[in-house]
Design a protein around this ligand. Structure first.
Ligand SMILES: Cc1ncc(COP(=O)(O)O)c(C=O)c1O
Length: 388
């Protein structure tokens, strides 16, 4: 009997080590890992550069309080702001903390300019922003909130793709619109670039802040540093996590100078967020992702992967309904329940993960090799063939 609570539906497999795109299980089998801890291990498992960075820092200093200067965090924040729309960063430990902090930043900004009633956050119904109390109520999902009342107020919802519902939901109390640039858990649903641009126009017109949740789709996953860069839209606040730590828990909120003005000393904090060990890993991840050819390679490999998956979709039109996603955030939407298909992929030593709407999420490391993509394609094709 496990002493762990039963809040996860765990597969019956454990791993003893990882290397690059592969995981080695305790059952002696080797798996191609295209789940990567759900888009976390951006540079694969046991990346030598990250190992070196964490080892080096671990011998010097792990943790000091945010009551003191943390040069490693200063460095990471500076690099993130130099690279992006943002002027300021608050470090956290996870995605949910980052999105919840994004909500706090938006509310606090309007409070600080004398508009405390402008505090409601408008989100997409059945979106995913994490599992804290505030973020589950932000999701507007019955499944996630059931049994966790009383309801946390302050969130309104509109339907994905329904512009009428969006416009109807905006009131003078709307402080921010918060959406995932690409809905990961929801089924790799991409908000089209023109939609993001329209969203930004509405925000500007109505004095509403735009929060783009890039926890899953950011940090190079789509072939650009942020997924919203494809649309050239400039958000006000962006929560990130997952890929920036490459497996080490790091979250962060990036924001413009304007909204950062509300976050005066004492308004927010975190014991662990931004400690020297985490920041050294974050800097090492950036060293790799910001290399000249890195994102070019993500683009090149993902184009290859998408084109081959689309060929498979045409070969098996009764199984694969749609190939979704951008870059290496890929969704295979099936006609039927995907759970059995995911199991068959695992039986063939390819690990993937489910998403909403019968979608299989395929999340290779960003430094995946073409020959590894070919292995995955062969396995997917085999499972399709046997499914026929
Ligand atoms: C878009 C998005 N936001 C927030 C989160 C929450 O992140 P975490 O699980 O690190 O709290 C996730 C996690 O999957 C996510 O995909």
């Amino acid at each position: 009997m496990s002493a762990l609570a039963k809040n996860y539906n765990r597969r019956k497999i454990a791993f003893k080590k990882g290397k690059g795109s592969f995981l080695y299980a305790t059952n002696g089998k080797k798996y191609l890992d295209f789940c990567m801890g759900i888009a976390v291990c951006s540079l694969g498992h046991a990346n030598p550069y990250l190992i070196k960075a964490i080892n080096k820092q671990s011998k010097k200093l792990w943790h000091v309080s945010n009551a003191f200067q943390i040069p490693e965090g200063e460095k990471l924040a500076k690099r993130l702001t130099q690279k992006t729309f943002a002027d300021s960063v608050i470090f956290q430990n996870s995605g949910a903390e980052a999105t919840e902090t994004a909500i706090k930043v938006a509310r606090r900004y309007f409070y600080s300019i004398g508009k405390p009633k402008k505090n409601r956050i408008l989100c997409i119904k059945n979106s995913f922003h994490g599992r804290t109390l505030a973020t589950i109520f932000a999701s507007g999902s019955k499944k996630m909130t059931e049994g966790f009342g009383p309801k946390i107020d302050g969130f309104d919802h509109f339907e994905f793709g329904n512009h009428h519902s969006l416009k109807k939901s905006i009131t003078k109390y709307t402080a921010a619109i918060m959406v995932e640039t690409i809905m990961g858990e929801g089924g790799i649903k991409v908000i089209p670039d023109w939609c993001l641009r329209d969203l930004k126009k509405i925000c500007v017109k109505k004095n509403i802040l735009l929060i783009l949740d890039e926890v899953q789709c950011g940090i190079g996953r789509t072939g650009k540093f942020f997924a919203f860069e494809h649309s050239k839209v400039k958000p006000d606040i962006v929560p990130i996590a997952k890929g920036i730590g490459g497996g080490f828990p790091i979250g962060a909120v990036l924001m413009t100078k304007k909204v950062a003005s509300g976050m005066t000393p004492g308004t927010h904090g975190s014991t662990f967020g931004g400690n020297p060990l985490a920041m050294s890993v974050g800097n090492a991840v950036l060293d790799q992702i910001l290399k000249k050819e890195f994102l070019q390679n993500v683009k090149k490999n993902s184009q290859y992967f998408h084109s081959k998956l689309n060929i498979l979709k045409n070969q098996y039109p009764k199984i694969i309904k749609e190939v979704r996603g951008v870059g290496l955030l890929i969704g295979l939407k099936l006609f039927n329940d995907q759970a059995n298909f995911i199991k068959k992929l695992m039986d063939n030593k390819l690990l993937t993960i489910r998403a909403g709407e019968n979608v299989i999420r395929i999340l290779p490391p960003l430094n995946v090799k073409k020959k590894e993509i070919d292995i995955a394609l062969k396995i997917i094709e085999k499972v399709c063939r046997e499914y026929k």
